[in-house]
Ligand binder design. Sequence first.
Ligand SMILES: [Zn+2]
Length: 498
Amino acid sequence: MVDRVFTNCEVRPLSGDDPASAVAVTDGTVTAVGDPDELLTAGAETVDCRGGVLLPGFVDAHTHLDIVGRRAVEADLAGADGPDNCIDRLLAADDGEGWVLGFGYDESDWDGELLQAATLDRVSTDRPVAAAREDIHTVSVNHAALDTLDLPDDGVRTEDGAPTGVLVEEAAEAVFDAIAPDYTQTQEYLLAAQEVALSKGITAVHDMVRQSHAPRVYRDLDNEDTLSLRVRLNYWADHLDAIRELGLVTNHGSDRVQTGAIKAYIDGSLGAGTARLRTPYADSDSAGEWRTDPDALRELVSAVDDAGLQFAAHAIGDAAIDALLSAIESVNAADERHRVEHAEVLTGDLVERLAASPLVVSAQPNFHRWAAPGDLYDERLGERRGLTNRFRDLVDAGAQLAFGSDCMPLSPLYGAQQAVTAPEPSQRLTVGKALRAYTSGAAYAGFDEDRMGTVTPGSVADFAVLSASPWEVPNGKISDIDVTMTVSAGDIVFDSGD
Ligand SMILES: [Zn+2]
């Protein structure tokens, strides 16, 4: 007995099967894809998709939903056009007590100056103020915050011996420790983030969690049946001992919340000049930093692999990716689907080695927006700018490509737009390949390819309905398409009303 039939839509299954015009759903699972006449049976409810294009729900393989929630609840600094605009937004979001927080500024949107303490003092001189840069490896704070924080020596940027208020890496992490939300605050952030994700057509996320209440909040929401997303938890490596002790294993969990990988940083970011390169940056003598050096990495990979857990390694610079490949090649790890997160700078033979390895490349097409001539990557990398995020080369070489947003911003359609219009024309993906990396590709990274990522009988009834076809938008502006409806297990969990 069919529960629901989704009609008045163009179904693009992204499975290799032909487009259709209706989907039948029973008990949260797709039972048939075809046309309404053959699928509509007595007693089935009809869901009118208003002429939209129905795709499998997007799977975002790399999220930090706590950050998305913070942006939704605190000051959102994304898209701010300068320090004055950041100050306005921080003042508007100030609730009058404790920290004043803002997230997601990107100084490359204006003239390249990071926010300084003196600027943030305009928000408050007696209460601490923190504004996190989009990549969260850099945080700017005011003088009151500098006074209250217990900062490490590393990562505090100074000028003439005085701190500028710009904190990177470990010093930035000290800020995140100081503003860590409690359980109730975490729940507020994650519920706000869930609303944002559903409005973007996202039905599943691989969320990065570290010393937070998030895993508990997700499981409680799941028990209360208020979790509409499917969440795969990737735990930071500092949890590895506890995870082994508790017997958590990759892929174990419920329909909605599962244990994923162990996540670690090998290096930093290109924006902060801390991603580890084989040769120095174009704009400094430094070749970046190791967050986990090659020896420690080899030990970590073998410990995670021995525990039967999936490993997800943040590696951006070519030296970091090289070190990860060497560590993975040293354990015989064909079955665990270890992942490299970002894999941005792909010099020399790295594309071939990635394709030959069992590693899943979990990449972010959003990052193309810093790779155009004259932009941030050009400044940092010079000619190597052209070697960043080589998705076409990776796909052609046979690498497993999964797309995620890293929440910069959280939006698969924005990411797909970037992937089909990459600054290097040779690296552009077709619309179909871009969307597959954001559905079945990301599902594969979570061992979920039989369960989600296509609209196929037997897969979960998780859909994104779009206002227009990504294959037919004039000028390739996929990012202008609206998500009109999001469906999870056959239930409408977001409806734009148009
Ligand atoms: Zn991330």
